[in-house]
Design a binder for this molecule. Structure first.
Ligand SMILES: [Zn+2]
Length: 295
């Protein structure tokens, strides 16, 4: 399968530029009601769909910038998102807070968000709620709560087509992201297990992989295992005391320094902090004068 545009009846997979890798994502289009989900895939194709098919609503799986870039193509469309993920959509400073960004990174990201991601404050016109079923003449959509990556992250299931859009539980070999202020490893694991139970026959990811139909169980298992492997690697490292800077310099998560360094160091730190918190909660690690070590 992969990254070509595919139509599952009225449910269209719209591949993102560069396989939907950051700063792009994949979009869905629902023909009939005219809904675009996650409008940050391919500006040219989104414009065609808007002008030839019509877009009445934009739905967002979550608040991240790489899912909202082309929202400005649809000024008249109603925006829907989970209520818990709405605050960053309406206020850039809240968005920066939710990434735990401090100066000088904050100033850099303010500019990137405004210029590259075309960020403009937008309010939700209505909310998407876990468990809701939206019935249209062409298809039915079930809204599936899948928090963890963000507090209000949603997946979408189309039972007639047996298609599940999993958003940013994207099945990449890197593994899941849960490094924001309000991200949660526990919630991510629960969501992965919930999504795994949905009786889909086709899965669509928000990035990279795109559409797949094979080895779903194995893919879910491998994807969740990355979380446990990250934690085991960190615990091993902490056989001897390390401060946070030393932990980041071990590149347990990204495996090696990558460019731009500031971006990947930020990610390495954010994910490790979540694992440190979890290991301390479990009583497996303690902090002594800014250094972390196995309990
Ligand atoms: Zn995301």
């Amino acid at each position: 399968m992969g990254c070509e545009e595919i139509h599952f009846g009225p449910v269209w997979f719209i591949p993102g530029v560069n396989r939907g890798r950051y700063p792009y994502c994949h979009s869905l289009y629902i023909q009939g009601p005219g809904i675009i989900i996650d409008p940050a895939s391919d500006e040219k194709r989104l414009l065609e769909i808007r002008d030839l098919e019509g877009v009445n609503e934009v739905w967002l799986s979550h608040w991240h910038e790489d899912h909202i870039t082309y929202l400005d193509l649809f000024p008249g469309a109603a925006v829907r998102i989970c209520r818990r993920d709405e605050p960053p959509l309406g206020d850039l400073e809240i968005l920066l807070d939710w990434y735990n960004l401090s100066e000088p990174h904050r100033d850099h990201w303010r500019q990137v968000l405004t210029e590259t991601f075309r960020y403009r404050p937008r309010r939700a016109d209505a909310y998407l709620t876990e468990g809701d079923v939206h019935s249209f003449a062409t298809t039915t959509v079930q809204v599936i709560g899948a928090p963890g990556h963000t507090p209000g992250h949603l997946a979408f299931y189309f039972p007639e087509q047996e298609v599940l859009f999993v958003g940013d539980y994207d099945m990449t070999s890197f593994g899941p992201w849960y490094g924001d202020r309000n991200s949660s490893i526990e919630a991510t694991i629960s969501s992965l297990r919930r999504l795994r139970e949905i009786p889909a026959r086709t899965w669509i990811t928000g990035h990279d992989t795109g559409v797949f139909t094979d080895n779903a169980d194995e893919r879910w298992r491998r994807y969740e295992d990355i979380i446990h492997q990250r934690e085991a690697n960190l615990l091993n490292l902490l056989a001897r005391p390390h401060n946070l800077q030393e932990i980041v310099a071990a590149w347990l998560i990204y495996k090696k320094p990558r460019e731009p360094l500031a971006f990947f160091e930020f990610g390495e730190r954010a994910l490790n902090v979540k694992h440190l918190d979890r290991l301390m909660e479990k009583g497996l690690v303690v902090e002594l004068n800014g250094r972390y070590v196995q309990a």
